[in-house]
Design a protein. Structure first.
Length: 282
């Protein structure tokens, strides 16, 4: 059987339009205060992913689209040798400062998930917690995850589901957002098991996909959720900036996001579904 995976010399998209898109993505995630979102809401996901992958002392681990280190820091605490990469240096700077304050040693590097600057089979485990899902070209990103993972190593990806709360938030924002660039895929597709199986294809064995929920108690009502994400979450900030000159659209999106939050809030708790995928590199 012949399995084709992107290798180090495979041509990766590097047009002016693609470079501009990546710069736009980096700026989007640098806006607001994503580190607050991590601290206040999503921090547990990194440890969940690291546990699922079985990270332990002595392993060489790559965290792709690491942000502020949601998975990288828990992996380093377990004694692994960890490299964290992200497109947005401002997020890495937060993670680097947190690691230094904690006395945890790991490597932080600005890099593109679709063109990882590492040799083939460099890492024992390659992980991404709600990160690589936002790379616009899903197949390129998936191929890169597999390329840098050694044979019999582990790949682990945790992503928001399309039908879950965050996936539905993106669906609510879509009519107000600019059209996606040609060739870009919706981020929540990484939360579909069938989509991930197709992306990894015959490059993996023993793929296990589990849908789970993050229970969020940070928000008292939908309006509080909306205002928090308007202030802190890059993709939401970007959509509001796009419609800033249209007060009617701003008011409509305000109402839609608050209503979404209220629908998912029960007795002070919100359920945010995610898909946890682990697989062995063939």
């Amino acid at each position: 059987m012949t399995i084709t995976i992107n290798t180090s010399d495979t041509a990766i998209t590097d047009t002016a339009a693609d470079r501009a898109l990546k710069a736009k993505h980096a700026a989007m995630w640098a806006s607001g205060n994503y580190s607050a979102v991590v601290t206040d809401v999503v921090a547990p996901l990194g440890g969940i992913l690291v546990d699922a992958v079985g990270v332990r002392a002595g392993l060489c681990v790559l965290d792709v689209a690491a942000g502020t280190g949601t998975a990288a820091l828990p992996a380093a605490r377990r004694g692994a040798t960890v490299t964290a990469i992200d497109l947005t240096p401002e997020l890495l700077a937060v993670g680097r400062a947190d690691a230094a304050a904690e006395g945890v040693d790991l490597t932080w590097q600005t890099a593109d998930a679709e063109a990882l600057p590492f040799p083939d089979a460099e890492f024992d485990a390659v992980v991404s917690a709600i990160g690589v899902m936002f790379a616009p070209h899903h197949q390129l990103a998936a191929d890169e995850l597999l390329r840098v993972c050694r044979p019999a190593g582990t790949v682990g990806v945790l992503s928001w589901t399309p039908e879950g709360f965050i996936g539905q938030m993106f669906a609510v924002m879509k009519p107000y957002a600019p059209s996606p660039p040609p060739g870009a895929s919706p981020a929540p597709l990484w939360g579909s098991a069938d989509h991930v199986r197709q992306l990894f294809g015959e490059g993996v064995t023993d793929l296990l996909a589990r849908q789970r929920s993050l229970w969020v108690t940070r928000f008292g009502d939908g309006a509080e959720f909306r205002d928090y994400f308007k202030a802190n979450y890059g993709p939401t900030i970007a959509v509001y900036r796009f419609i800033a000159d249209d007060p009617a659209k701003v008011a409509a999106l305000d109402a839609d996001l608050a209503a979404l939050g209220d629908r998912y809030l029960t007795d002070g708790v919100m359920q945010w579904d995610y898909l946890l995928v682990t697989a062995t590199r063939r």
